[in-house]
Design a protein around this ligand. Structure first.
Ligand SMILES: [Zn+2]
Length: 176
């Protein structure tokens, strides 16, 4: 697992380790790092969607108290992002995005009525203490001696993709 270093954005002290779960069928009721039971934590995440949007999204993460680790289910997150951006800016659906950190609940709540723009939000933001990017797991099972367990390749994004005429895009999402 590679830890990536990135510049600090938030002005509050960093909080939580972070990892993205790219497997739609895995829910991680046990922590992938320490195998203790995980719980849930609903917490506003600050997400930057390239090139210009930063949004705070209240999202239910899996949480391991032992590792202080938030596990974000990528496909659930992209489902919400797609619904949001189909209303807001369909042209940005499928753009690269970065989960920057967490936002104070009070600032997030206030932002529902008076959205904070750009740098205004940063005094209320905590970066992650560690950023592990995406989880990878191996297929369970028995392997012949000397053979490495096979890595499970996660599927590509299903909804958070650039609109193509032959594929269902924003228009079907909007009708749900
Ligand atoms: Zn853990």
């Amino acid at each position: 697992m590679t830890k990536t270093k990135k510049p600090q954005f938030g002005e509050l002290s960093p909080k939580y380790s972070f990892v993205l779960n790219p497997y739609p069928d895995l829910r991680f009721s046990r922590c992938p790092f320490c195998e203790h039971k995980t719980g849930q934590r609903k917490i506003p995440l600050l997400i930057h969607v390239k090139p210009v949007h930063s949004i705070a999204l209240n999202f239910t993460c899996r949480y391991c108290p032992t590792c202080d680790l938030l596990i974000v289910h990528k496909h659930d997150l992209e489902h919400l992002l797609t619904e949001m951006f189909c209303q807001y800016d369909p042209g940005s659906v499928g753009n690269e995005y970065l989960i920057i950190g967490t936002v104070e609940k009070s600032a997030w709540r206030e932002g529902l009525h008076h959205p904070k723009v750009g740098a205004e939000i940063l005094p209320h933001v905590s970066d992650f203490t560690a950023y592990y990017k995406e989880l990878r797991v191996t297929h369970r099972g028995w392997y012949p001696a000397g053979q490495e367990p096979q890595m499970m390749e996660p599927p590509a994004s299903q909804e958070w993709v650039k609109f193509k005429p032959d594929r269902q895009g924003c228009w079907s999402t909007k009708n749900h």
